[in-house]
Design a protein around this ligand. Structure first.
Ligand SMILES: Cc1ncc(COP(=O)(O)O)c(C=O)c1O
Length: 441
């Protein structure tokens, strides 16, 4: 579709999570972004129904963030984070801590969700060791979980294609719970599905198998986005919390997608009323303007590691760009926007509108499920016989051609607009999906 524009040489770049050969035959190139819209290199406006990659929660091109980054880069472009500091990192940590659940007020900065996950796993190991429980080295993840692409993240993750090429090099002591997705029981649920809390009881079986004394942490996405919008059944997260607590196992919520308003609250933990021990963050933390991630850590865990260290460095972990001045300026400006514009409450207020519009797809050709929570909707299509995932891929392209950017995983289309989305944009995006599906084979 880029007929009139000059396309750069595409050969050098190996694109991430992309069908490179197909893309380069038919590139989709974006040129600019403002508010709810991208503009492609042909000047076509494209409604961003996915907040970029679930990250531009306050909408694109926010002037306050641009100004903060610009000011910062001309004042202090970089400061080492090892044995040195700068005020912005401490201020950003305080601002993040302020909106985390009570008790999770120690913040470690990273640059991405993947790094946040690996950081949280390492902190869990270090904590148990600090208690003299160094035998707790096992992690429990969940099938279809997505925790980024580090070796830790793919080990606890449960998406087969992300693991299989690397299967010989995954972390050695990991087990997985079943995922909670069931069309049979929960198709066309609105909000949290009713069926499936009992799946959390599998954790007791895994504990019986491995013994609690070998298990460091359980990690789950409170709502799984990347694997196709998988919602926690009512009571499921509460059970995970009760079982982990009973056995001295840490609970990690991977909130890389769910934090910063996606469900209509600061965190999914807040939304569900279930408080884990560690929360991984990224994406919306800086409105994606500068790469940034973080882990919010229960104070006792932080203090345990601090107090047990002999002296000197307490945790041998960190990144050159942990607390990078530009990222910190972006985080502070982003959190100010969320607060000033009450965007989490706005997302909550818009959620019923999204739910109603999404569920109108019930009965439309190919649609076998619609599910939703907060400002997220998943539309699952019947897999084309012998060619799973191709219907969503074609729907994605057709919607893009009609000026709507979606995301798809397997046979599920995911919608997760910026929290500033307006009623008519919600209507337009679902009308586009409907018209595309009606014409799809
Ligand atoms: C739940 C979750 N964890 C981790 C990640 C990885 O984040 P990143 O791509 O920033 O490394 C993602 C990315 O989508 C995610 O959804």
């Amino acid at each position: 579709m880029n007929d009139n524009a000059s396309i750069p040489d595409l050969s050098n770049l190996w694109m991430p999570f992309t069908a490179n050969r197909q893309f380069k035959q038919r590139p989709r190139l974006l040129a600019s972004a403002k508010g709810m819209y991208y503009t492609d290199i042909n000047g076509r406006r494209i409604l961003d129904s996915t907040s970029g990659l679930w990250c531009v929660n306050a909408g694109h091109g926010r002037q306050e963030i641009i100004d903060a980054i610009t000011r910062q880069t001309s004042t202090l472009d970089y400061a080492p984070g090892f044995q040195m500091g700068h005020a912005g990192a401490f201020e950003a940590a305080a601002a993040v801590a302020k909106i985390m659940p009570a008790g999770l007020d120690r913040i470690f900065f990273t640059n991405s969700g993947s790094e946040s996950v690996d950081t949280a796993l390492k902190i869990a190991l270090a904590y148990h060791r600090s208690l003299g429980e160094g035998s707790r080295t096992r992690f429990i993840g969940r099938q279809r979980g997505y925790h980024g692409v580090g070796f830790g993240g793919i080990s606890v993750g449960g998406i087969t294609p992300n693991r299989k090429a690397f299967s010989g090099a995954l972390l050695p002591a990991v087990d997985h719970l079943s995922h909670t997705h069931s069309l049979e029981h929960n198709a066309f649920s609105r909000g949290q599905p009713a069926w499936g809390a009992h799946l959390a009881d599998e954790l007791e079986q895994l504990i019986a198998l491995h013994d609690a004394s070998t298990i460091a942490a359980v990690i789950v996405e409170p709502m799984a986005g990347s694997a196709g919008v998988l919602l926690p059944p009512k009571g499921y997260l509460e059970k995970l919390r009760a079982i982990t607590e009973k056995h001295g196992i840490l609970l990690i919520f991977d909130e890389v997608i769910t934090a910063f308003g996606r469900l209509g609250a600061a965190t999914a933990s807040d939304f569900f009323g279930v408080v884990p021990d560690l929360i991984t963050l990224a994406k919306g933390i800086s409105n994606a303007s500068v790469p940034c991630g973080a882990v919010a850590i229960r104070r006792e865990i932080h203090d345990g590691i601090m107090n047990s260290a002999a002296g000197g460095i307490e945790l041998f972990h960190g990144y050159t760009y942990s607390g990078h001045p530009l990222a910190m300026a972006a985080v502070l400006a982003t959190l100010e926007i969320y607060e000033r514009e009450k965007l989490f409450a706005r997302a909550s207020a818009m959620a019923p509108k999204l739910e109603a519009a999404a569920h109108k797809l019930n009965g439309v050709r190919h649609v076998v499920d619609v599910r939703n929570l907060g400002l997220v909707a998943g539309i699952e299509l019947a897999a084309r016989p012998g060619a799973p995932g191709t219907r969503t891929e074609e729907a994605f392209q057709a919607c893009f051609d009609q000026g709507v950017l979606l995301r798809y995983t397997g046979d599920t289309i995911a919608v997760s607009p910026p929290l500033i989305v307006e009623d008519e944009q919600i209507d337009r995006l679902f009308a586009t999906i409907k018209s595309v599906l009606e014409k799809l084979d």
